[in-house]
Design a protein around this ligand. Structure first.
Ligand SMILES: [Zn+2]
Length: 108
């Protein structure tokens, strides 16, 4: 994944080893690297302008992390962002209880 495709609040992080081996992490502001690797040393990936996230663990977590809003006729129905599983569950429940289908919109 290219660093320019990351959602707001996410940046690239890598020590010198990550830069050399192309395994830079995704650093989430306020949380740390998504894969759990501590981000303690200087961020060489940022200094060197590395563009490509290479850490498999971070990419997997980032994928799972996708979040969604439910929207119906231009109105957002949820107060907090939902995971895809939560969104699907909500949609089924709304169809069953209210008889309409809200749209699932990915939040970037
Ligand atoms: Zn990582």
């Amino acid at each position: 994944m290219n660093v320019t495709d990351l959602k707001p609040g996410h940046t690239i992080y890598g020590n010198k080893g990550n830069v050399w081996s192309g395994t830079a992490h995704i650093y989430k502001s306020g949380t740390g690297n998504l894969c759990g690797t501590p981000a303690l040393a200087t961020n060489w990936a940022a200094i060197e302008g590395v563009q490509e996230v290479g850490c498999k663990g971070c990419l997997e977590k980032y994928d799972i992390e996708k979040s969604f809003d439910l929207v119906y006729e231009g109105v957002k129905l949820n107060s907090k962002p939902l995971t895809e599983a939560q969104a699907d569950k909500e949609i089924s429940s709304i169809i069953m209880n209210y008889g309409y289908r809200p749209a699932k919109v990915e939040i970037f």
